[in-house]
Design a protein around this ligand. Structure first.
Ligand code: AMP
Length: 593
């Protein structure tokens, strides 16, 4: 890693676009942006009678008949070495069975099914089957602890949950009683030796009785399809509502950002518990009829290189943390493998260091293409693409159909910044199909994201004279760790449930591999004293409630925490102090107690 960083690299990677094979979909970016219409992209999809559109059907059924019926849709690699190929025809049948199974349980159009499962075939089948039944799908990350699960299921009014017996026992059983709306628990792989939980069903038994034919519900394009939870700085997690016509953007970005062609073998390493794993780890590749790889196992450098090699992956979509972990593992690990089929690598979720872009060039003969989007946008908005030059460190250029701006807020409105290289907030002209249509039960929060027809993303960026966007930072205190957005408030609340904690403030601390790690500052209630033992206890308490991906890695004790006069913890100040940075404007700081 250090060696690569030391080498002097030019600021631009030029592409010989005309020689690329297969011919890139976005070869002439300017011309395509000029003529692109979302309505044309929509016409490329199958659609349904009466103007209906259904994500599940576009993904699971579009290629299920005719010449691509026997084409592998999913190649599933199990932790224990198993390999399962699911063709498009089979995915169609299996998702139909699932749709019939939940319909027979009484789940109706608009009801919510939560998914909490490892990356096993049942998860993919369930997501598609539920969408076809008009049931709204809400994925949960399987590394969440009981508390984030209960919070999200309660907010979302989950009527059903797909999970496994092991995850149920560890994560849902302790909070099941708190989820009043939960009626059905579908256990993939059955209950094992344990009794079925209340409302429990053996999914395999249900599916074996379900018919293979199902008439997909003709959902409206603007009908709710997916509920993705994301984190803000304050309050509870936000449920971003996405509609069925989001699939138009999944399709178009699959073309232009990921350059998917029918014979591609595509591997998106993101977990479907997060929006990337849903939009690009399920929907986009299936809508394009390509073969997608699903790996059940957790990150492991050797395993990943082997998958790229043995499965002959052609297009790989991954994340900066994973790339940095591969870099850390060393080039020797990669040198045992060959990646002749690989033709395009993209990354999303956090800033991608220029060294990482170049590392791709050194290891795979291909630079890594950074792109930008967020839960609210539902799909990729800004990207380095296969035929355009890369400026390492930049997120790239807006895709066809996307109008991006740098703005500065002023008097309730915004000024669009025209001058290149000037910092401001990234704004997007509303109207692309995968744009979120609301935050669940929080219209005001939703409205605040817009000024006129501009959606304000909460990210600070710069745009250079060539139109490339550069990430500067977040405008809020939200933490990005290993690509996962973490709301400090959720962590603070869990810490404050411990009897010793009087107040808690949580920040993201820069980390060379994970981007940021969660660090907490706590002050103690009278009668408790600081000790390493208490610190360990608090770390354990948070981990148990929140799960390892959300819980703090580090806790410091403080006599009191800096607060504004209105009582809000000044996380910005905690962070500046932690990092030895200037404290900035402290005029609203409450005098130290
Ligand atoms: P999420 O909603 O969890 O997908 O997180 C979205 C946020 O991740 C964005 O608002 C950014 O702050 C950050 N992010 C996503 N992609 C990038 C990128 N390419 N470079 C820098 N930050 C990114």
């Amino acid at each position: 890693m250090a060696d690569i960083a030391r080498i002097d690299r030019p600021p631009r990677i030029s592409k010989d676009a005309a020689s690329l094979r297969p011919k890139p979909h976005l070869l002439d970016r300017a011309a395509i942006r000029e003529t692109f219409r979302w309505s044309d992209a929509r016409r490329q999809l199958a659609g349904m009678t009466n103007n209906g559109l259904n994500i599940g059907a576009e993904a699971a059924d579009r290629h299920a008949h005719g010449t691509r019926a026997d084409h592998p849709a999913i190649i599933w690699l199990g932790v224990d070495g198993a390999r399962q190929v699911i063709t498009y025809a089979e995915l169609h049948r299996r998702s139909n069975r699932f749709a019939n199974a939940i319909t027979s349980l009484g789940l109706k159009r608009g009801d919510r099914l939560f998914l909490l499962a490892p990356r096993i075939p049942a998860l993919y089948v369930a997501a598609l089957g539920a969408l076809k039944a008009g049931v709204v799908v809400s994925p949960l990350f399987s590394a969440f602890g009981p508390e984030p699960i209960a919070t999200r299921m309660n907010l979302g009014g989950g009527r059903a949950l797909l999970t496994t017996a092991a995850l149920y026992a560890r994560k849902v059983a302790p909070v099941h009683g708190q989820i009043a709306t939960l009626e059905h628990v579908l256990l993939a792989g059955g209950a094992g030796d344990a009794p079925l939980p209340p409302g429990g069903h053996d999914l395999d038994a249900l599916l074996s009785q379900a018919a293979e034919d199902f008439a997909t519900v003709a959902t409206r394009p603007d009908e709710m399809a997916l509920l993705h939870f994301t984190s803000g700085t304050t309050g509870k997690p936000k449920g971003a509502l996405h509609v069925h016509e989001a699939v138009v953007a999944h399709y178009a970005t699959g073309l232009y950002a990921l350059d998917l062609h029918p014979e591609d073998v595509f591997w998106c390493t993101a977990d479907p518990g997060w929006v990337t794993g849903m939009s690009y780890g399920i929907v986009a590749p299936l809508v394009h009829g390509v073969t997608m790889i699903v790996d059940e196992a957790e990150f492991d450098p050797q395993r990943w290189y082997r998958i790229l090699q043995d499965e002959q992956v052609t297009v790989w979509y991954t994340a900066p943390t994973a790339i940095r972990m591969l870099m850390k593992a060393g080039a020797e690990v990669a040198s045992e493998f060959r990646f002749e089929q690989l033709r395009f690598i993209a990354s999303v979720g956090e800033p991608l260091n220029p060294q990482a872009v170049w590392w791709g060039q050194d290891i795979f003969g291909l630079p890594i293409h950074d792109n930008w989007w967020q839960t609210e946008t539902g799909g990729i908005m800004i990207a380095n693409t296969v035929a355009q030059d890369i400026k390492p460190g930049s997120m790239g250029l807006p895709l066809p159909g996307i109008e991006a701006f740098v703005v500065q807020r002023r008097n309730g409105g915004v000024d669009v910044v025209e001058k290149p290289d000037t910092e401001g907030e990234l704004a997007l002209r509303a109207g692309w199909p995968s744009m979120f249509r609301g935050y669940l039960n929080d219209d005001e929060r939703y409205r605040k994201c817009f000024v006129g027809d501009l959606y304000l993303t909460g990210d600070l960026v710069k745009c250079d004279a060539d139109g490339y966007y550069w990430f500067v930072g977040r405008a809020d205190d939200v933490i990005k760790s290993a690509g996962h957005l973490i709301g400090p408030f959720e962590v603070e609340s869990a810490l404050m449930e411990h009897p010793a904690v009087a107040e808690a403030g949580v920040i993201g601390k820069p980390d060379p591999v994970l981007g940021e790690t969660v660090k907490a500052f706590v002050s103690l209630k009278p009668g408790f004293s600081e000790s390493d033992e208490l610190r360990r206890e608090l770390l354990g308490h948070a981990r148990k409630r929140l799960g390892p991906s959300v819980a703090p890695k580090e806790i410091d004790f403080a006599r009191s925490l800096p607060r504004t006069r209105s009582g809000k913890i000044m996380r910005r100040l905690l962070k500046a102090r932690e990092l030895g940075l200037p404290e900035g404007d402290t005029s609203t700081l409450e005098a130290d107690k």
